[in-house]
Design a binder for this molecule. Structure first.
Ligand code: ZN
Length: 180
């Protein structure tokens, strides 16, 4: 079995967890920063920033252990920061693992609507809510959008574009060219 690292790339509200629950390969170990933060947080919040570094470190440790054993790890995360993706790709390279990036980037308005359906009540202890502030979602969406043209240079073995806004779909451009 060849070690494989699968990483979602998509803003909060894009449908990453739904994808993972339906399509993660059987036997894969899932790393969800939301779920790890919730487990580590005294108030049980998935967005608690105080435990973020510990959650990322725990995820990296799990990834190393699974890849060393030849297994598959699925990261259910936003990965909107290039540095965050680079750290995961460096771990994959260490274990000569396949690195598969899954871009899940629905149109911004749909992502905002899906995020808006989450609980907006703030936790009195850590101050976060399940619903992320709209400007944060917009920024993640923007950062991933501008990273798309260079994503193939980051070191992924495979990149899959599962969901893209219509204005970013390559076949839409091709069709436009053919129509002229
Ligand atoms: Zn909290």
């Amino acid at each position: 079995m060849s070690p494989t690292l699968i990483v979602t790339i998509g803003p909060c509200g894009a449908g990453k967890t739904r994808w993972r629950r339906r399509h993660a390969p059987p036997g894969a170990v899932v790393v969800s920063l939301d779920e790890t933060r919730a487990a580590l947080s005294p108030c049980g919040c998935s967005g608690n920033p105080a435990v973020n570094a510990a959650a990322v470190a725990a995820g990296h440790a799990t990834t190393r252990a699974v890849l060393a054993a030849g297994g598959t790890v699925v990261w259910d995360v936003t990965s909107f920061l290039p540095r965050f993706r680079a750290e995961l790709l460096a771990i994959a390279a260490e274990y000569r693992a396949r690195a598969v990036g899954l871009v899940i980037l629905p149109p911004l308005l749909r992502v905002l609507a899906q995020n808006g359906r989450r609980d907006g009540n703030r936790c009195p202890d850590c101050g976060t809510a399940r619903r992320v502030a709209d400007p944060v979602v917009w920024r993640m969406h923007h950062d991933i959008t501008v990273a798309l043209p260079r994503l193939h240079t980051e070191g992924w073995t495979e990149l899959h574009y599962l969901t893209l806004p219509p204005y970013l779909r390559p076949h839409a451009h091709r069709r436009f060219e053919e129509a002229r």
